[in-house]
Design a protein around this ligand. Structure first.
Ligand code: UDP
Ligand code: MG
Length: 313
């Protein structure tokens, strides 16, 4: 078995040595051969310098540096494309995905699974974030064709055929959690305790999380448009009924009452905007996909002259 570990890194320069030490300690003597691919996602700190230094010092470490910050999803895709192993692990650079879990994950994978997903508890997370995430997963279960598990993120180990399946999906707007679920194959889950970030800050701002959430909900089917259609139909029926009553009153000499009209109008306008927003989201996606731009651009790959180890692709 040859294991590739893909680590997307955005401004993680201060922690890469610690990541190196943790990975080497966790895997020494337990996993055959392995490589670590650090994907520098256009960092503005010393990440690239550190990646070059680690790759020069340890032949198991390689790096790919992107021309600018493209985001975690394109960085992961780049790492998966560069991975040569028969097994591939994905993990974050900030040690929130504990490397000591990798051994157990690999044991489970070897027992006949194609994906082993580490599923984190929400211990230590803010109540508001936990509540919002739970609601989101409920909504996702209702709307999506693919099952999403709360707490199951990108920390996972994949067989080569699972990696190839993910790489065969060309879409530009990537929502990996959903894509990993979409490809199917036998999947096992391993629970682990949430680990707080040791240093630096999470790159996920609230707007970025909301964008990612919308990507997930609209990336797999057009079901989110259905409620708009059903609601639109119901409102037309309601309006027809209300209009009939107004006409009936007018015919009887009564005047229409305008007081209740403002909230109704506002509500309807809001619903129309929501419907248009969802529609626009799909249109925007089609536009982005039609351009067929690359997901990312590579600035530097290193070290350049090292040959692929025996038994890899
Ligand atoms: N990351 C990246 N590109 C980005 C943002 C993040 O490659 O634009 C990497 C980051 O360096 C880390 C992983 O993705 O290794 C997870 O990021 P972060 O810790 O900010 O997310 P969180 O743990 O809060 O979900
Ligand atoms: Mg993190």
């Amino acid at each position: 078995m040859y294991l590739s570990m893909v680590v997307p890194c955005f401004n993680e320069g201060h922690g890469l040595q610690r990541l190196h030490d943790a990975l080497v300690t966790a895997l020494s003597g337990h996993v055959g051969d392995y490589e670590v691919i650090l994907v520098d996602d256009g960092s503005t700190d010393a990440t690239l310098v550190e990646a070059r230094r680690l790759a020069a010092a340890d032949p198991r470490f390689r790096y790919v540096s992107l021309s600018r910050n493209f985001g975690k999803e394109p960085a992961m895709l780049c790492g998966l494309r560069h991975a040569r192993g028969s097994r591939v692990a994905l993990l974050d650079a900030d040690l929130q995905h504990p490397p000591e879990l990798l051994r157990r994950m690999l044991v489970v994978l070897e027992s006949g699974y194609d994906q082993v997903v580490a599923r984190r508890s929400r211990v230590g997370e803010g109540r508001c974030r936990t509540a919002l995430t739970r609601t989101y997963y409920r909504l996702a279960r209702w709307l999506l064709d693919v099952p999403l598990q709360d707490g199951a993120g990108d920390f996972r180990v994949l067989s080569r055929r699972a990696v190839d399946a993910v790489l065969s999906l060309p879409e530009h707007h990537r929502f990996s959690k959903g894509l990993f679920s979409w490809i199917g194959f036998d999947t096992a889950y391993l629970p682990y305790r949430n680990v707080r970030r040791r240093a630096g800050r999470s790159r996920w701002s609230v707007p970025a999380l909301l964008d990612h959430a919308v990507d997930g909900l609209t990336g797999f089917n057009t079901k989110p448009l259905r409620p708009a259609i059903h609601l639109g139909g119901a409102l037309v029926a309601l309006a027809a009924g209300g209009g009939g009553r107004v006409l009936w009153r007018a015919a009887g000499g009564g005047a229409p009452r305008p007081s209740g009209l403002l909230p109704v109008t506002l509500g309807l306008a809001g619903l129309q905007l929501c419907g248009l927003g969802v529609l626009g989201e799909y249109l925007g996606r089609s536009c982005a996909e039609a351009k067929r731009r690359p997901h990312y651009l590579v600035k530097e790959v290193g070290p350049p002259s090292r040959p692929a180890p025996a038994g890899t692709r």
